[in-house]
Design a protein around this ligand. Structure first.
Ligand code: C2G
Length: 155
C-alpha cells in the first residue's frame, strides 16, 4: 500500500548554505515524506530588510539540489504562505524557532511546527567572519615585509 503523501513546507533566505540549513531540512523531512522549500527572492529579501551575498538563482539551485528537498519555489511576499498551503495541500508548515508564534494563523489549515535552530552558526556570523578577513593591501604588504625580515634573521 503506497504511503500517503505528507507534505512539509518551509521558507527562508538560505544564504551561504550551511549545516544549520541542512540540519533543518533533515528534521523537516523526518516530519513528512515530501519537502517543499520556498527560497526568498532578492526583491523579497529587501522587504525583509536582508541582503543575501549569494544571488537568488544560485540560492534556489543549491536548495533544489539537496537530496532532502523535493521541490524548491520562490518566496516573493509574506502573504503567499496561505496560498502555498492550499495549492500544495501542505500537511505541516515548519520553520526555525526564531519565528516562534509568528505563523499561528496557519494552524487553521495545517500543523505549525517551530524547530530548534542549530547553535553556533548563521549566515550573519559567516558574513561577519568574511568581513573580518578584509585585510587592506598595505597591511598585507607590511605582513610580507615582516616575514621576509624574519627569514633573513634566521639565515
Ligand atoms: N536556521 C537554523 N539554524 C541556524 C540558522 C538558520 O535552523 N543556525 C533556520 C532558520 O530558523 C530558518 C531557516 O534556517 O527556519 C532559514 O533561515 P534564514 O535563511 O535566515 O531565513 P529567514 O531570513 O529567517 O527567512 O517567511 C519566512 C522567512 O523567509 C524566513
Amino acid at each position: 500500500m503506497a504511503k500517503r503523501k505528507k507534505t512539509v513546507i518551509t521558507y527562508g533566505t538560505f544564504d551561504l548554505f550551511h549545516i544549520g540549513h541542512l540540519n533543518l531540512f533533515k528534521r523537516l523531512k523526518e516530519l513528512g515524506n515530501y519537502l517543499i522549500v520556498a527560497v526568498s527572492t532578492d526583491e523579497f529579501n529587501q522587504l525583509k530588510g536582508k541582503k543575501a551575498i549569494i544571488p537568488f538563482e544560485q540560492r534556489i539551485e543549491i536548495v533544489r539540489s539537496i537530496r532532502h528537498v523535493d521541490m524548491a519555489i520562490p518566496e516573493v511576499n509574506w502573504e503567499q504562505k496561505l496560498y502555498d498551503v492550499k495549492k500544495y495541500s501542505v500537511d505541516i508548515f515548519a520553520i526555525g524557532e526564531d519565528w516562534k508564534g509568528k505563523f499561528e494563523f496557519l494552524r487553521e489549515y495545517c500543523e505549525v511546527v517551530y524547530l530548534p535552530r542549530t547553535k553556533g552558526i548563521s549566515s550573519t556570523d559567516i558574513r561577519k567572519l568574511l568581513a573580518d578577513f578584509n585585510i587592506s593591501k598595505d597591511e598585507l604588504i607590511k605582513a610580507f615585509e615582516i616575514i621576509d625580515q624574519l627569514k633573513k634573521n634566521l639565515e
